[in-house]
Design a protein around this ligand. Structure first.
Ligand code: GDP
Length: 477
């Protein structure tokens, strides 16, 4: 906030020349049309005997920050929100279908189910919300935008195939987000299913099954034969109970956009997941730079509804433009919603001009010194498993008392888009040994600006990280 000398003088009913003189005495040379900042103006006003009250800047984020609940009694249990992850072809889509079908009540059987990006089922008179887009890619892309939607991750592992690279990825992504994992051991109907082998592989990944003395719930299921589905739902509710998920249905809604598109007939359509409060037809909301007056809401069975409470997914009509998936939404009064949308658009443009700076290896030491980081998250990709292991071990050993090296994901193969999204969401640096980013990863890297370091010599990688940790790294040009 700034003001010209001329305007300030008018407001204070003094001559501009007097202000200029006073500023000269304070060591500032200014002209009458020059803008001075709020702080200088305040000092000046005080010099002339005015009481100064600096109005806080219009700060959207603090304005929209969720007020903590003052009355604990207002908090009611809410359904858990579940994402299904796992290796390709292990049965994620089949499982989501099976869950949806087993739980459609008799009266609704044959009714139209509609894909809106999430759906709810009932078990023991309690609801469970499933995100309908399987995979950790979508999950992490949302997280990279700051959205925390998932309460429980269901990890699908095929009993005839076992733990595969994307299984490990999914585990790491869920762990990085601090989301508890329930394992669905799928395809147990297959003659070559080998649950014990899979359990051993899970244990190797730190997911020790309960019947082996660990605390990972493993539920044998067959998505194809619809076996074990009820048990799985039961276990999800059990985990949800431990999490004590609660929300207050009696406040204006807030939540996350989980899908969006431009519909030819209906205009911009977005599926939102209400995370707190209740969303009503007629509410106005802001999501990122987009504004909406809720014209209609449609649930996962294709029915029009007038309200949606905590953990409920609904399609919302009435957006001015298509909002981005992963964006948070908040219900506010219309004038404010419009104002915020505008401010954000301006800010976004500004930010686009300056490239987004994620953590770079050169910054590591400064950030350690400033106490901003206590651990250095790394993702390690290499051409062969042996190198992954050698490099990972060596890097982990570089941790010091001030900063721990945290390998959030390691793997064999090219650097992929999901690696970039995970790095972006976790503030990690990617170390590649004898591998490069693939095409999609390169595009994502341009967007997300994460630091990728490529090496052909393990020693060089170790040296760079060591140098970064001790503040000796030369910037890379
Ligand atoms: P996704 O890639 O993880 O989503 O896997 P899909 O759900 O597309 O399933 C991949 C293949 O496995 C399909 O041919 C399914 O029919 C099959 N499949 C899924 N679940 C089961 C199961 O429980 N038993 C058997 N035998 N096949 C299954």
């Amino acid at each position: 906030e700034t003001i010209t000398i001329k305007d300030l003088a008018e407001k204070m009913h003094v001559k501009a020349a007097d202000l200029i003189k006073r500023l000269m005495m304070l060591g500032m040379l200014v002209t009458i049309n020059q803008e001075i900042d709020a702080e200088t103006a305040a000092i000046l006003a005080q010099e002339f005997g005015y009481e100064v009250e600096v109005k806080p800047e219009f700060d959207i984020e603090s304005l929209l920050a969720e007020e903590p609940e003052t009355d604990p009694a207002a908090l009611k249990p809410r359904p858990p929100i579940v994402t299904v992850m796992g290796h390709v072809d292990h049965g994620k889509t089949s499982l989501l279908d099976a869950i949806r079908k087993t739980n459609v009540t008799a009266t609704e059987a044959g009714g139209i189910t509609q894909h809106i990006g999430a759906y709810q089922v009932e078990k023991n008179n309690r609801k469970i919300t499933f995100i309908d887009t399987p995979g950790h890619e979508a999950f992490t892309a949302m997280r990279a935008r700051g959205a925390k939607v998932t309460d429980v991750a269901v990890l699908v592992v095929a009993a005839d195939d076992g733990v595969m690279p994307q299984t490990v990825e999914a585990i790491n992504h869920a762990r990085a987000a601090n989301v508890p994992i329930v394992v669905a051991l799928n395809k147990i109907d297959k003659p070559n299913a080998n649950p014990d082998r899979v359990k051993k592989e899970l244990a190797d990944q730190g997911l020790v099954p309960e019947d082996w003395g660990g605390d990972t719930i493993v539920v044998p299921v067959s998505a194809l034969k619809k076996q074990g589905i009820e048990d799985l739902l039961e276990m999800i509710l059990l985990v949800a109970d431990i999490l004590e998920l609660k929300a207050n249905p009696d406040r204006p809604a807030r939540g996350t956009i989980i899908e969006s598109r431009l519909d030819k007939g209906r205009g911009p359509v977005a599926t939102v997941l209400v995370q707190n409060g209740t969303l009503n037809v007629g509410d106005t909301l802001v999501a990122g730079q987009q504004f909406a007056r809720v014209r209609a809401m449609i649930d996962d069975r294709g029915r029009r509804v007038s309200e949606a409470g905590p953990s409920t997914p609904v399609e919302v009509l009435g957006f001015s433009e298509v909002p981005e998936a992963g964006e948070a939404f908040v219900v506010v009064e219309e004038r404010l919603a419009r104002q915020i949308a505008q401010k954000r658009l301006a800010k976004k443009r500004e930010e686009e001009a300056r490239a987004r700076a994620k953590i770079a290896l050169e910054d590591v030491y400064r950030r350690i010194q400033e106490g901003q980081i206590k651990e250095l998250p790394l993702i390690v990709k290499a051409d062969v498993q042996g190198s992954v292991e050698a490099l990972s071990k060596a890097l982990e050993r570089l941790g010091t008392d001030e900063v721990r090296v945290n390998l959030i994901h390691t793997g064999v193969g090219a650097i992929t888009e999901t690696d970039i999204m995970l790095a972006s969401a976790s503030g990690a640096i990617i170390i590649g040994f004898n591998v490069r980013p693939d095409v999609n990863a390169r595009k994502a890297q341009e967007r997300e600006k994460v630091d990728i370091r490529l090496y052909q010599v393990i020693y060089d990688a170790i040296n760079d990280v060591k140098a970064a940790l001790s503040g000796l790294l030369e910037p890379e040009y």
